[in-house]
Design a protein around this ligand. Structure first.
Ligand SMILES: [Zn+2]
Length: 337
C-alpha cells in the first residue's frame, strides 16, 4: 500500500467539522490516502455520513467504487477554482472523473463547475483534447450532453464520433458494443445511425478478406451475429453501388440550356466513365468515399465545364452530393440494423 497526502490542504478554520480530526486515512482501491476530511465534509453530505459511520480515527475509511486515481482526481478538483481547461486527453479524463465522482458523492458545487467546464470545452468545437479523445471519454461526454438535454453538443459529438470512425481514429468494436440503442435512455435513431457507421468501418477493415472470398470469422473480435451484420452490409452496398454506377443522378436543366438531351448525355458518359470502370481507387463497397471522389473529379472536369451550362453542371453535382448525404443517413439499413 502507498500512503500519500491529499492535495486538499490547509482549509479555513470554518471547515473543521466532522469531529475534532482534520485528517483521516482513506483506503481506496487498496491504496491509503491521508485526506483533509474537513473539506470533504464541508462540501458533501455523503462524506459527512461516511466519516460519522467510521468514527474510529485509527481505522481507515474504506471507499468502494472509485479507483485511487479517480479519488485523487476528485481531491484535485476540490483544490482548484476555477477549473482549468483540459489541454490534453488525460486532463479530459481527469475532468470527467471529477464530474462523475462529485455527482456520486453529492458535491454539488464541484459537480456544477466540472460539468460546466466539460460543456464549455465541447462547445468550443476546436479543443484538440476533445477532438482527439478516446472512445471512453467520448461516451462519458455524450452522457453529460444527454443529461443536460443539450441537443447541439450531443449532435456535435455524434458527428465527430462518426467521422473519426471512418478515419480509423476510434475503435469500431467498442463503438458497436456501446452504441447499442438499448443501452441508452434516448431516441434510438442517432445510435442506430452511429452503429451503422461502426459496422461500415468494420466492413472496410475486413474488405480485403471479403473481396477475396476469405473467411472473416477467424481471429476476429466480432461476435457471430455482428459478422452477419457486416456480411449484410457488404452485399447490400455492392448491389447499391452497381445501381448507382449504372444510373447517374438526374438533375434540373436551367432555362439557358439549349440542348438538354446533349447536356444529360455529356453528364451520363462522364459519370459512367468514372463509376463503372475501375478508375477510383476505393473498393466498390466504399460508396461514401467513391461518391466523394467522383464529385471531386467531376467538379473539376474540363470536359463537363466546356460542354454543360454552368447551372446544369452545378445542379448535377448537387444531386451527386445528395446521394452521398442519403447514404450517410441510411447506412444502417444496409447492415440490417
Ligand atoms: Zn442542361
Amino acid at each position: 500500500m502507498t500512503i500519500t497526502q491529499s492535495p486538499v490542504t490547509n482549509p479555513p478554520p470554518t471547515h473543521r467539522r466532522c469531529g475534532s480530526l482534520k485528517y483521516r486515512m482513506f483506503e481506496v482501491d487498496s491504496v491509503l490516502r491521508r485526506v483533509n476530511v474537513a473539506v470533504l465534509c464541508e462540501n458533501s453530505t455523503a462524506f459527512r455520513r461516511l466519516v460519522m459511520e467510521n468514527a474510529d480515527p485509527n481505522m481507515p475509511i474504506v471507499l468502494h467504487g472509485p479507483t485511487a486515481r479517480q479519488f485523487d482526481h476528485l481531491l484535485w478538483g476540490l483544490s482548484v477554482d476555477p477549473m482549468p481547461q483540459p489541454p490534453n486527453e488525460e486532463d479530459v479524463e481527469r475532468l470527467l472523473d471529477v464530474e462523475e465522482l462529485s455527482r456520486r458523492y453529492s458535491i454539488h458545487c464541484l459537480q456544477i463547475r466540472a460539468e460546466t467546464t466539460v460543456l464549455a470545452v465541447i462547445a468550443e468545437g476546436t479543443n484538440t483534447a476533445v477532438l482527439s479523445c478516446r472512445t471512453n471519454s467520448l461516451v462519458r461526454m455524450l452522457s453529460i450532453t444527454m443529461r443536460v438535454h443539450n441537443k447541439t453538443l450531443f449532435a456535435f459529438l455524434m458527428q465527430m464520433w462518426t467521422w473519426r470512425l471512418h478515419s480509423k481514429e476510434l475503435d469500431y468494436i467498442l463503438t458497436i458494443r456501446v452504441a447499442q440503442p438499448s443501452h441508452w435512455d434516448h431516441d434510438p435513431q442517432p445510435f442506430l445511425k452511429l452503429l451503422g457507421h461502426a459496422f461500415y468501418a468494420a466492413m472496410m477493415d475486413l474488405e480485403p478478406k471479403l473481396s477475396s472470398g476469405q473467411r472473416i470469422d477467424l481471429d476476429c473480435q466480432l461476435t457471430s451475429s455482428e459478422i452477419v451484420h457486416v456480411l449484410c452490409g457488404y452485399h447490400s452496398l455492392r448491389c447499391w453501388w452497381d445501381q448507382i454506377a449504372s444510373k447517374p443522378p438526374a438533375y434540373m436543366h436551367c432555362a439557358r440550356c439549349m440542348y438538354p438531351e446533349r447536356c444529360s448525355y455529356v453528364w451520363r458518359i462522364r459519370f459512367r466513365w468514372l463509376a463503372e470502370k475501375d478508375r477510383i481507387s476505393f473498393p466498390k463497397v466504399d460508396g461514401i468515399r467513391r461518391l466523394q471522389e467522383i464529385h471531386r473529379f467531376l467538379a473539376g472536369d474540363l470536359f463537363l465545364i466546356k460542354n454543360m451550362p454552368e447551372t446544369c453542371r452545378h445542379n448535377a453535382l448537387q444531386e451527386l452530393l445528395k446521394r452521398r448525404e442519403h447514404l450517410l443517413k441510411t447506412v444502417h439499413h444496409h447492415f440490417d440494423l
